[in-house]
Write a protein that binds this ligand. Structure first.
Ligand code: ADP
Ligand code: MG
Ligand code: MG
Length: 892
């Protein structure tokens, strides 16, 4: 087994084996970029270790060989007391998990080699600085000592010597600090800090393997739906030093702005610093312009490398680099995470620069990102109290109560409160709070800080580096000048501008949602440059999706206004018009009459009263959707849902009896309510069953549809109506309804002197319907998958009862990675869909099939529906643009 690969051996496509970081280090090495030499221990070795609980012995041998080769190449030996080779041990899984896995720098330093390093570098301070970092990082991540202990010792040292910045500590101070740290290690672990370099290396590799299964890592993976069995690779990389003095430093940069998508390089650089200092927000960093002013040559080189990487990866690259005494080193690159706006803008820019095709641009954006861009924003014209200005780290308009730690954030969020997590800076321990919060605000750190990166990844609004804010987490307050924010005070943060406001700020619709509803011209009229570029990019990419997709996109809408809105958002018809709202409000009285009707005549008269009301509802709807298909579903819910509440009614009857008043009507109603009561309404008298046992009900609805269609035709319109029968489980049910329906249609056609062409189809929402779809297809002109009910009936749970009761636990335990009501369960429910598609089409080739259910607007589900060959998806009007985009992505 080959468990170890040198950086010269791999490439960017080997992420499964080498992890993202390792694969990209190898790629940069192959490109001839200045990467410090090193090697990668594979994810396979990690999986082996996690399975067996011991490090495979072959791995030890292979590490020795790779280490010796590295020592020979560099001409120094790991931890040599005279002139030590030092390495970093870095985790790197297939998917980037920012801040989740641990890295240890300066491995190879010990009480002897620290002096050798000082002598060779001619820099005492640097050597002791590196050593104290090793002990702290190793102590925390390998030995499991509370990180705070090291931070406190550091702060005490600073206080003692009257300095505020760590760079102001002298070599002597740092040597003292090393002594304190060593004592801490002895005290906490009962043994001294390991002095043997190889032991340090082996322990660190094992610790990286172990870190795969920390709580934080598992939480992150669950959230991001990353499988738990991948394991992480470990990279062993020759150290280069950004903490050698003012001509050294470390930085992070992006080839374009990942927050806005603005063209142009962008980054943070911190002189005389190492590793995480930039992202940890220890000091406020310089920009790349700042770097160019200090060190022109390095900045030029960096610029050349960035351009090279972007051309090579043909995408935004996120880069970590270090300058060691004027020499540039590349420590990491990856295709960078970005905000939704940046994703669209950058994709369109890269098309313009002819680096990618439009098909590729479509693959670079997601429906979720488009949905995020449709979120409302702060109203600029409202009265607002600006509290502070920070950096725009992750866009959005978040209003909520201020909280100062993760547990408060989680507690209040569970209670339904919208909260803003306010921290000096964040670290992985804050993850739970960041997930719970609608927004994150920090007073330190740049746009590449932990807070910014994680918030962007999760789509949380974030403002970072608002330095005017003085956060006191212990006292749960923050001060800005004279103003004080206490826990529970409402604040608002604008992640697109970096502004922080005191109190509530009203929100308005976003330019992208305005564009989607009103068109490009309307928005371009008064848009600034950034907005104009964004909406133009969305327009181009969405237009490409429309031309690429095979599936049509319809909307679920039951009213004229919803239909009109859906049409503006690009719906190509209505896939589900629920008729139940036509039985609510004043019309309940008519349903009561229907239910109570003691004779055929009374029933007919109740239905006749409903007919004109339904007809006029349909008329409006067909007008709004003129020329596009409208699928009308006959009544689905059980009748008792339209009747008065049983308890209220019995109280009313009891009071009337008590007072000796006439309560005959109410008593009759109560008897009916009792008769129709169901303990399991989801599985009761509903859908087609109603149509078969309540004489005339479906016929009345069909008549209303037919008459409305006829009226539209007479008025010069082009109604395209389809009738859909819910909850069919047997072909016989459909035959019976069909006979009745055909009769009504023929009668209306005759009377109106026209041929009404109304296809009659069925919903497939019961397992039995899916399994007998071949027979049902004989009586159906189309199928529409009702995936909400199909999910309920396939799993045997009722949504209203189970979601709140145990879905959180199921997600937590990993029974689901996502709620099956959100994303279609491909293996179970999806299998039923597949069977029905195949069976249905084998009976009737070309049988039209669609889906109406919330899954129609869910990105993953849309891809599944494309793959199984559905003709359309139908979703809520607001999700129509998302479905258009995803249907296009599924097709390219
Ligand atoms: P992460 O995955 O959290 O980014 P990294 O492995 O990239 O962790 O390392 C953390 C920090 O240490 C980064 O800033 C990185 O640039 C720096 N670093 C890692 N290896 C070296 C090295 N060999 N020399 C100098 N700095 C390093
Ligand atoms: Mg890194
Ligand atoms: Mg249903």
């Amino acid at each position: 087994h080959k468990y170890v690969y040198e950086f010269t051996e791999g490439g960017k496509d080997e992420k499964d084996l080498l992890g993202g970081k390792g694969a990209n280090l190898a790629e940069m090495t192959r490109l001839g970029l200045p990467v410090p030499p090193g090697f990668t221990v594979t994810t396979e070795a990690c999986r082996r270790y996690l399975a067996d609980g011991v490090v495979p012995s072959e791995l030890r041998v292979q590490v020795t060989r790779a280490l010796r080769a590295l020592e020979d190449q560099i001409g120094r030996q790991l931890g040599d007391p005279e002139d030590p080779l030092l390495v970093s041990v870095r985790s790197g899984a297939k998917f980037s998990m920012p801040g989740m896995m641990e890295t240890v720098l300066n491995i190879g330093l010990n009480d002897a080699s620290v002096r050798g390093l000082a002598a060779v570098a001619g820099n005492e301070r640097f050597a002791w600085d590196s050593y104290r970092r090793l002990i702290a990082m190793f102590g925390k991540t390998v030995l499991g000592i509370e990180g705070e202990f090291f931070a406190e010792a550091m702060d005490a040292m600073k206080r003692e010597h009257g300095v505020t910045e760590d760079v102001d500590l002298t070599a002597g101070h740092l040597e003292e600090l090393v002594e304190v740290y060593n004592k801490l290690v002895q005290q906490e672990t009962g043994r001294p800090f390991p002095q043997h370099p190889r032991e340090q290396l082996d322990l660190a590799i094992k610790a990286v393997f172990d870190s795969w299964n920390t709580e934080r890592a598992m939480l992150y993976r669950r959230r991001e739906r990353i499988p738990h069995d991948l394991g992480t690779a470990v990279n062993v990389c020759t150290m280069v030093f950004g903490n050698l003095g003012p001509d050294s430093g470390t930085g992070v940069c992006f080839t374009r702005d990942p927050a806005t998508g603005k063209q142009g390089e962008y980054g943070d650089y911190l002189p005389n610093a190492q590793g995480e200092d930039v992202v940890a927000g220890i000091r406020t960093p310089l920009t790349l312009t700042g770097l160019a002013e200090r060190d022109h040559a390095s900045a030029d080189q960096l610029h050349a490398v960035m351009r090279r990487l972007e051309t090579h990866y043909r995408d935004l690259c996120d880069i970590e680099f270090t300058v060691e005494r004027g020499k540039l080193w590349m420590l990491q690159t990856r295709v960078g995470k970005r905000t939704a706006a940046a994703a669209f803008r950058i994709a369109a820019q890269l098309v313009d620069e002819q680096l990618i095709t439009l098909d590729e641009a479509l693959q670079r954006v997601t429906g979720e990102q488009l949905a995020r861009l449709m979120f409302p924003q702060f109203d600029r014209s409202a009265d607002r109290t600006l509290l502070a200005q920070g950096l725009a780290a992750s866009p959005g308009a978040a209003v909520g109560t201020a909280v100062f730690d993760s547990s408060a954030a989680a507690a209040r969020a569970v209670a339904g409160e919208s909260v803003i997590l306010v921290r000096r800076e964040t670290n992985p321990d804050d993850l739970e709070g960041m997930i719970a919060a609608t927004g994150v605000l920090t007073s330190r750190g740049g746009k590449t800080s932990h807070a910014a990166v994680v918030a962007r990844g999760m789509g949380r609004t974030c403002v970072c580096g608002a330095e005017a804010i003085d956060v006191d987490a212990v006292a749960r307050t923050a001060r800005v000048g004279d103003a004080v924010i206490n826990e529970g005070d409402v604040i608002a943060i604008d992640g697109s501008t970096g502004e922080v406001f005191l109190g509530d700020v009203p929100v308005i619709s976003s330019p992208v949602s305005r564009y989607l509803e009103e068109g490009l011209e309307a928005v371009l009229e008064d848009a600034d440059e950034d907005t104009a570029e964004l909406v133009t990019a969305v327009d181009r990419i969405l237009a490409h999706a429309d031309s690429a997709r095979r599936m049509q996109v319809r909307a679920n809408a039951d009213t004229r206004d919803d239909a009109a809105r859906a049409r503006r958002l690009g719906a190509q018809g209505i896939g589900l018009c629920r008729t139940e709202h036509m039985f609510l409000g004043d019309r309940r009285a008519l349903i009561e009459r229907l239910v109570l009707a003691g004779s055929a005549a009374a029933r007919t008269s109740a239905l006749e009263a409903l007919l004109p009301l339904q007809r006029s509802d349909f008329l409006e709807l067909f007008e709004a959707m003129d020329g596009l298909p409208v699928t009308v579903r006959l009544l689905d819910p059980p009748l008792h849902e339209f009747l008065p509440d049983r308890t209220e009614l019995s109280v009313r009857v009891a009071i009337a009896r008590e007072r000796g008043e006439d309560s005959a009507d109410d008593e009759a109603l109560l008897a009916a309510v009792d008769r129709l009561h169901e303990s399991n309404p989801m599985l009761g008298l509903r859908g087609v069953r109603l149509g078969l046992v309540v004489p005339g009900l479906f016929a009345m609805q069909v008549r209303a549809v037919a008459e409305a269609a006829a009226a539209r035709i007479k008025a010069g319109g082009r109604p395209m109506v389809e009738i859909m029968v819910p909850l069919v489980g047997s072909v016989m049910e459909l035959h019976l309804i069909r006979d009745e329906t055909d009769g009504v249609l023929a009668e209306v056609s005759d009377r109106e002197g026209m041929t009404l062409d109304v296809p009659i189809g069925t919903m497939i929402e019961l397992p039995r319907a899916a399994l007998t779809a071949g027979r049902i297809a004989e009586a159906a002109d189309f199928f529409s998958f009702g995936t909400n009910d199909l999910t309920q009936t396939a799993w045997g749970f009722s949504r209203d009862d189970v979601e709140a009761a145990f879905f959180a636990a199921y997600l937590d335990k990993g029974v689901f990675t996502v709620s099956p009501f959100e994303t279609l369960d491909e293996f179970g429910v999806g299998r039923l869909v597949r069977v029905a598609v195949e069976e249905g089409r084998s009976t009737k080739p070309g049988l039209k099939m669609g889906v109406c259910g919330e899954h129609g607007g869910d990105p993953d589900s849309v891809h599944f529906f494309h793959d199984v060959g559905l003709d359309y998806v139908s979703c809520s009007p607001f999700r129509v643009p998302v479905a258009r985009l995803e249907a296009g992505r599924a097709a390219v």
